[in-house]
Design a protein around this ligand. Structure first.
Ligand SMILES: Cc1cc2nc3c(=O)[nH]c(=O)nc-3n(C[C@H](O)[C@H](O)[C@H](O)COP(=O)(O)O)c2cc1C
Length: 195
């Protein structure tokens, strides 16, 4: 059974990125996957403190806060779904806070290790980015996905997928786009069936 962990990066619980992620996760669950969803905005946590404890004695992040169980769940997942709106050309601060804390997944001396051996996580995990973008221009903000695809590749996410909708701004915009929801469901089914 595929273990899917979904992190919602929007402060809007019923926002466009959450609706897209939900369609994906519901379909994955119906197809047999186990799904756990965390709404990051409901958690209290700090960004990475750069203490480098995880590169000395500790094997995990030494901060003990709302992200601790999330980091543990992601460590064990097969598929990680990161859902976010575009905020000022980037992921939300809520999601960036999580991404920075995944620094703790990298082994001590990671920079000198071959790419496939840098992570404390098992390799072969799948990263799925779900992006809701208000601006209609599809050529804008295309840098977000490849940047995190590259960086999280270091952590063991060697496969990656993107579900992106442009021109979704107000609450309900993504829910009114059947083709977006169908793409989300198809991706969910595919991820549940992955080996
Ligand atoms: C603080 C803030 C910054 C935003 N910045 C951008 C942006 O840079 N580019 C863009 O296309 N849309 C931007 N938007 C619009 C959101 O991406 C859009 O409303 C999206 O659908 C929100 O996703 P959500 O419903 O999941 O919260 C911004 C919205 C807010 C509130």
């Amino acid at each position: 059974m595929r273990n899917v962990v979904c992190l919602l990066g929007s402060p809007r619980p019923k926002g466009n990125s959450a609706v897209m992620a939900q369609a994906l996760c519901d379909a994955a669950e119906e197809a047999g996957a186990r799904v756990r969803t965390f709404a990051l905005n409901k958690l209290t946590y700090r960004g990475c403190q750069g203490c480098l404890a995880c590169k000395k004695d500790a094997e995990a992040c030494v901060l003990d806060d709302g992200l601790t169980p999330v980091l543990e769940a992601v460590r064990a997942c097969d598929v990680l779904v990161l859902a976010t709106p575009v905020y000022f050309g980037e992921v939300t601060a809520q999601l960036k806070g999580f991404i920075d804390r995944t620094f703790s997944y990298l082994k001590a001396g990671y920079a000198h290790l071959p790419r496939g051996e840098r992570s404390r996580l098992a390799t072969g995990k799948t990263l799925v980015f779900v992006i809701a973008q208000g601006h209609p221009r599809e050529d804008l903000f295309t840098d977000i996905f490849p940047r995190y695809e590259y960086l999280l590749g270091w952590q063991g996410f060697t496969k990656s997928r993107l579900l992106r909708a442009c021109s979704v701004y107000h609450l309900g915009d993504a829910a009114a786009r059947p083709e977006v929801l169908e793409e989300a469901r198809a991706l969910g089914r595919e991820l549940a069936a992955e080996e």
